[in-house]
Design a protein around this ligand. Structure first.
Ligand code: ZN
Length: 419
């Protein structure tokens, strides 16, 4: 699928140190790249509603990771998916009386605009589930053939005798090693986040859907020996990552609400399919962005949309700065005041860089690189730029006329903030 236009990234002299990220699965900081190319897979949107600030925080976080990895001398192979067929999409389309494909296209277009406005570097491969169906069918059949997946009769299927296919989580001896949740928590999260623990006929309540047999009135695709139907969500990411990047990938990214079941299940599918002990070397999760004391979510209806802010005249770079103000691993609350403070910071930075002179930017650039290479510590990176700006505004020394341009290039390349 077409992605969006990446911003140009200035070349900087020098390099960031080796990048480390905190891995959710082990709790430790681990290298974000093993070799010359970092492989990065970030779960994309389900396009039934517009990009809210929680999404934006996730994609800006992994954009930051891509930027500092490149700056450290590592190439980045970045894949992102789009869950462009799933129950919530069909339900929203039915509610609004529009075709699910039109709804998906409309929201994907808006997502592209938002990403481009936020100066997010486009993935190298941007893949929808619908265009990737054949990529899923053979692996699901392989899981069935080796006993790791099984049919459950689907009495309401369009064809008599058709079955849905489920993954047997006990086929992965390391199941649970991404999130380390206890059984009761996994059951609760499964029920809350698209699973069906109470479905009769399953071997285990946590077993996730791999392939849903065609129902009347629902879209369907050729599933070969599985029969006509459509894929489950977790297998999509497992297969796309294996197909495009090979496993283990260096970093699996997404919001922290994807730890379970989504990332746990995708990892299990891939590990069993590839007979590999690990799906990803690091699982990196973006904290939740809330509003008025609650998690921002479609179900609660308390979304702040990037497109709404943009239409209201907010500079996308101020939105980006407001997001970078918080460390990616923390949960935080969006407020109008926080956006206003980001607007003011952007003004101060622009004013200082337009002044034509400033102190030596090299120590600041080193601090920026060190902060980002250390688990994407963006608040520390912003503070380093703030200090330079403060010195530039109050300094009595004549300063270097090249300094503002050099710092601007670093802020653009590393933070993705264009001034
Ligand atoms: Zn995913």
């Amino acid at each position: 699928m077409k992605s969006w236009q990446s911003p140009s990234i200035p070349d900087l002299p020098g390099r960031a140190p080796r990048v480390v990220v905190r891995d959710t699965a082990t709790g430790s900081k681990v290298p974000a790249a093993q070799g010359d190319t970092a492989t990065l897979y970030v779960c994309g949107i389900t396009p039934y509603d517009a990009t809210h600030l929680g999404h934006a925080a996730t994609y800006v976080t992994f954009d930051l990771l891509g930027r500092v990895l490149r700056d450290s001398g590592v190439a980045v192979a970045y894949v992102q998916n789009i869950t462009d067929i799933d129950d919530p999409l069909l339900e929203r389309a039915a509610r609004d009386g529009i075709d699910w494909r039109d709804l998906a296209l409309r929201e994907i277009d808006l997502f592209r605009e938002d990403m481009q406005a936020l100066a997010v570097i486009a993935p190298d491969a941007y893949l929808g589930a619908v265009e990737s169906i054949p990529t899923f069918v053979r692996p699901i059949a392989a899981l069935v053939a080796r006993g790791a997946a099984y049919p459950v009769p689907a009495d309401d299927a369009r064809l008599t005798g058709a079955a849905d296919y489920y993954f047997d989580v006990t086929s992965d001896p390391t199941f649970g090693s991404v999130g380390h949740y206890d059984a009761a928590t996994m059951l609760a999260l499964s029920a809350e986040r698209g699973g069906d623990p109470d479905r009769p006929g399953k071997r285990g309540p946590l077993d996730p859907l791999l392939w849903r047999a065609a129902r009347s009135g629902e879209p369907e695709w050729d599933g070969g020996s599985l029969g006509p139907g459509r894929p489950g969500w977790h297998i999509e990411c497992a297969c796309i990552a294996m197909d495009r990047l090979g496993i283990p990938i260096d970093v699996q990214g997404g919001g922290s609400d994807l730890i379970f079941p989504h990332h746990e299940m995708s990892a299990s599918h891939a590990k069993v399919l590839a007979q590999e002990p690990a799906f990803a070397r690091a699982y990196v999760h973006q904290g939740m962005v809330g509003l008025h004391g609650e998690k921002m979510s479609k179900s609660k209806g308390n979304l702040v949309l990037v497109s709404t802010l943009r239409r209201g005249g907010t500079d996308p770079m101020a939105i980006r700065l407001a997001l970078l103000e918080h460390h990616h691993a923390t949960d935080w609350m969006w407020t109008d005041e926080a956006l206003e403070l980001a607007v003011q910071r952007l003004d101060r930075w622009r004013e200082a860089l337009a002044a034509g002179r400033g102190p030596d930017p090299e120590p600041t650039i080193r601090q920026l690189r060190a902060a980002l290479a250390d688990d994407l510590d963006s608040p520390r990176a912003l503070a380093a730029v703030d200090r330079w700006v403060c010195q530039a505004r109050t300094g009595d020394a004549p300063g270097d006329p090249q300094a503002p341009a050099r710092l601007h290039a670093a802020v653009d390349a590393l933070l993705g903030v264009r001034l």
